[in-house]
Design a protein around this ligand. Structure first.
Ligand code: V47
Ligand code: SF4
Length: 360
């Protein structure tokens, strides 16, 4: 690669020597007008880590309730109890839904709103029943925000909550609820939710209990470039301490049906690809970067594979949170469609489970 951006060439030297880039260099990447050179850097790291493999999973999303006491201003999915359209799934409904996915299912991704008064036994018996009936399925469930909510509501420590959920069948935790690690943005967009210190603390505790987790970042709203870089550096620091993050997922904000509709435009594809690449470059200690096709679209996710992503999430059927906020992507994808998206980008599709064990 002939670099036109000399600073990117210097960053490439660091990458080849396995050195971390600093915050100034990270900001330079965001400002550089040479996206293909940035893609080259991210792709270099991706190829070193996972060669030409791109992972996907046969999975299912379960959103057990949309009733939430947090009511984040960017969320089009949540409702107050009693609102039209508010719901809580019965455990039998959840089990029927999982049964309908068939025996190829490898992962269930379970998250929901912060419900004010469901008993803790609702969550533990949900996990126990899933494990009992579907021993072939791994459970990736409950964000740090839900763990903090349970601790608060049932007067338990974070450790107790995680211990009971693990005993009931929790295999790993998703990366949601991180939003952007900024007290400034929290005050404006999600004042009722835990801040980044608690989010990081809960993931640190989970890692100490051998529960692997993911991490996310919501971008494309009112955050600054500096805040994006801070977010990624805080994650890199925690990973350097624990090593138990599996995957990072950048999430572009969808403004539709929120108070920001008409005021904020969704990030452009180029911006999304730059954030994917920046994540791959900064988070050189994360094994995987996910191109979440529900939010990026299948088309942009496919290009993201050349901007450092090595994971396409999965079949999903049926996603609710982003579709409430106007996502135009399909509700789910067939396995063959995902494999073809990967193959047509000249990568090799690899089926995985929630813990990245590989399957033929
Ligand atoms: O935490 C909410 C975000 C997250 C909007 O760990 C929105 O494998 C965009 O975390 N526009 C949930 N985003 C999704 C999530 C996730 C998804 C896929 C895989 C994994 C994983 C995690 O969605 C929330 C919040 O940050 N969100 N509203 C919106 N209007
Ligand atoms: Fe509740 Fe999560 Fe929506 Fe915030 S993003 S209002 S915590 S469901």
């Amino acid at each position: 690669m002939q670099f036109q951006d000399r600073k990117l060439l210097r960053i490439f030297e660091k990458i080849k020597n396995n050195e971390n880039i600093n915050k100034q260099e990270a900001l330079h990447i965001l400002h550089s007008p040479f996206p293909l050179e940035i893609a080259f850097l991210a792709r270099f790291i991706k190829l070193k880590k996972s060669q030409k493999k791109v992972y996907y999973v046969i999975n299912k999303h379960i959103n057990y309730t949309n009733i939430c006491i947090s009511r984040c201003r960017f969320c089009a999915y949540s409702k107050n109890a009693g609102d039209e359209g508010s719901y809580v799934l019965r455990i039998e409904e959840i089990l029927e839904d999982i049964a309908s996915a068939g025996k190829n299912l490898k992962e269930v991704h379970i998250v929901g709103g912060l419900h004010p008064n469901l008993p803790f036994s609702y969550y533990t018996s949900m996990l126990e029943n899933i494990k009992k009936k579907f021993s072939y399925v791994q459970i990736k469930a409950f964000t740090a925000v839900e763990i903090a909510h349970f601790a608060n509501l049932y007067n338990m420590t974070f450790e107790q909550v995680l211990k009971d959920l693990k005993a009931a069948g929790l295999d790993s935790m998703p990366g949601g609820g991180a939003e952007i690690f900024s007290e400034r943005v929290k005050k404006i967009l999600f004042p009722n939710k835990i801040g980044y210190k608690q989010w990081l603390e809960i993931h640190r505790i989970a890692h100490g209990m051998n529960i692997t987790t993911n991490a996310t970042m919501l971008f494309g709203h009112i955050e600054t470039e500096q805040e994006i870089v801070e977010h990624l550096f805080k994650l890199r620091d925690l990973q350097a301490e624990t090593g138990s993050f599996l995957c990072f997922i950048p999430l572009p904000f969808h403004p539709w049906n929120t108070i920001f509709e008409g005021k904020i435009k969704k990030a452009t594809a180029l911006r999304e690809l730059k954030i994917i690449a920046l994540s791959r470059i900064i988070l050189n200690n994360f094994p995987h970067i996910k191109a979440y096709w529900i939010m990026l679209s299948p088309q942009v996710s496919q290009i993201a594979l050349n901007f450092g992503a090595d994971d396409m999430d999965g079949t999903i059927h049926k996603e609710r949170i982003t579709h409430a906020a106007g996502a135009t992507s399909p509700w789910g994808l067939e396995e063959d469609t995902i494999r073809n998206l990967i193959k047509k980008s000249d990568f090799v599709p690899v089926k995985r489970d929630a813990l990245y064990n590989e399957y033929r």
